[in-house]
Design a protein around this ligand. Structure first.
Ligand SMILES: [Zn+2]
Length: 259
């Protein structure tokens, strides 16, 4: 479908980019992305993907907006306290870009609904806040062959990568790098250990950039690399990560055969 006059205006700064152009913008408008979590990472993600004209955006979260969320979860405002996060985000997205078809999934991601939810989308963006969900997302993306763009953060540090282990070869999965949840005393949540609010903006925006790159198939994918950002020392490190032959999911003798 050709771009309308309004769309040519709205996306003009994309269209002049050689790597995007009118064709790329149409590709974004035809893309379907599912975001897990409407919190610190999910907020900038949903705002930038909506502004970029990703045509269909789904958001999964079963939580309601709390006053303590507003220090970093910028898709929600003070007036939204008590409202379901997916509905609050829906209002924000509608305000930013009416081109976007926004699908609120007001539920918790579980083994029972993951296949049906992921099946509707081209790409999954993980902004969840616990390891159990991260492993479930990783495993489902592997079996359903969906690219996964994943970010995480705690206190002053953030991590980012893309996982496409279903391609084999040089593409690790999340379990290759993080084989097991850390012990309880290390696996602290942002609620317990704290997080600098603006770090969520940095990591969620980096994640949005990687999502757009994957959808447009431009530049170098983050698959096979892990980006680590230390905000206190303003240090970005990009390290090479390889598949683990002993990985229980994508290794030589997998023990995980479904999600
Ligand atoms: Zn693996």
């Amino acid at each position: 479908m050709a771009l309308s006059d309004d769309q040519l205006d709205r996306y003009a700064r994309h269209i002049v980019l050689r790597e995007v152009g009118g064709m790329g913008q149409q590709k974004l408008l035809g893309s379907k992305v599912l975001i897990i979590g409407a919190g610190g990472l999910g907020s900038p993600l949903v705002l930038y993907l909506a502004a970029a004209g990703v045509g269909t955006i789904g958001l999964v979260d079963d939580d309601v907006v709390d006053l303590s969320n507003l220090q970093r979860q910028i898709a929600h405002g003070t007036k939204d306290i008590g409202l379901e996060k997916v509905l609050s985000a829906q209002q924000t997205v509608a305000d930013i870009n009416p081109d976007v078809k926004f699908i609120p999934h007001s539920e918790r991601l579980t083994r029972d609904n993951v296949q049906q939810l992921f099946g509707e989308y081209d790409l999954i963006a993980d902004g969840s806040d616990n390891f159990e969900t991260r492993f479930l997302i990783n495993d489902a993306c592997y079996f359903l062959k969906k690219p996964l763009v994943s970010a995480a953060m705690l206190q002053f540090e953030g991590q980012l990568s893309t996982y496409k282990a279903y391609l084999g070869a040089e593409h690790p999965c999340y379990r290759c790098i993080f084989p097991a949840p850390p012990p309880d005393d290390v696996a602290r949540t942002c609620g317990e250990a704290g997080v600098l609010g603006a770090l969520a903006g940095t990591m969620g925006s980096l994640q949005a950039v990687e999502v757009l790159k994957e959808l447009l198939d431009i530049g170098q994918s983050m698959s096979g690399s892990l980006l680590i950002y230390d905000a206190l020392y303003s240090d970005f490190r990009k390290v090479r990560v390889k598949p683990d032959p002993g990985c229980p999911l994508c290794g030589k003798t997998p023990s995980i055969t479904s999600y």
